[in-house]
Design a protein around this ligand. Structure first.
Ligand code: CA
Length: 217
């Protein structure tokens, strides 16, 4: 899953980007509203984390402009924790709202919920035959036995699971799982899929030659 973080405070942006990457997300960052709006329009992010008080164009403007073309889930971050601002954000097309300072675990939980909702599943567990993906704990079991995946392997599996019975192209996987500075991993996708199959069964992820990958279960 690929996230765009639009935040002008250096420390918060750096800390948050690091925490999100540790969770296995691909993270692009923008330091002001102009850059943020540009990136949000150029790429298909799974979630945009949008600060309200930004130089250039503020979060309200970015949200309004983005909503003219895209339905990307937006979580607004703001120091203005007044009810009127929450209402303004939600009325403006934001999907969720978090007042600063916020708890990192709560932010991560809200991001996971937005990703699930966008995929059309409100339940945190996805069952793929004997394989169960717990998107809340970001853990996987096979026939009830925990299986350890790397963050990257988990991200690939989760994306395919959220799009089960659809063919997911390699390009789509790159766009959603690797960030803009991450060009070294393209040839490793096959390796990651190979490793997931080794851990979870060779028939879990089906290769559609020339098209991409699919979980048919
Ligand atoms: Ca700010």
């Amino acid at each position: 899953m690929r996230i765009l973080l639009i935040e002008d405070e250096d420390r918060l942006r750096t800390t948050l980007a690091k925490a999100l990457r540790e969770e296995g997300y691909a993270v692009d960052v923008a330091e002001d509203g102009v850059e943020g709006l540009h990136k949000a329009g150029q790429n298909d992010y799974n979630v945009v984390l949008l600060d309200v008080m930004l130089p250039g164009r503020d979060g309200w403007t970015v949200l309004r402009e983005l909503r003219k073309t895209k339905a990307t889930p937006v979580l607004m971050l703001t120091a203005l924790d007044a009810a009127s601002d929450r209402v303004r954000g939600l009325d403006g097309g934001a999907d969720d709202y978090l007042g600063k300072p916020f708890d990192l675990d709560e932010l991560l939980a809200r991001v996971r919920a937005l990703i699930r909702r966008a995929a059309g599943t409100a339940r945190p567990d996805i069952e793929l035959g004997d394989v169960r993906v717990d998107t809340r704990a970001r853990s996987v079991t096979r026939a009830g036995v925990p299986v350890v995946l790397t963050a990257r392997e988990y991200s690939i599996l989760e994306y395919l699971a959220l799009h089960r019975r659809e063919v997911v192209t390699r390009t789509e996987l790159f766009e959603h799982l690797f960030d803009e500075n991450d060009d070294s991993l393209s040839n490793l996708l096959d390796v990651h899929v190979f490793n997931i199959r080794k851990k979870l069964g060779h028939d879990l992820i089906v290769t559609r030659r020339g098209l991409g990958y699919c979980i048919e279960r």
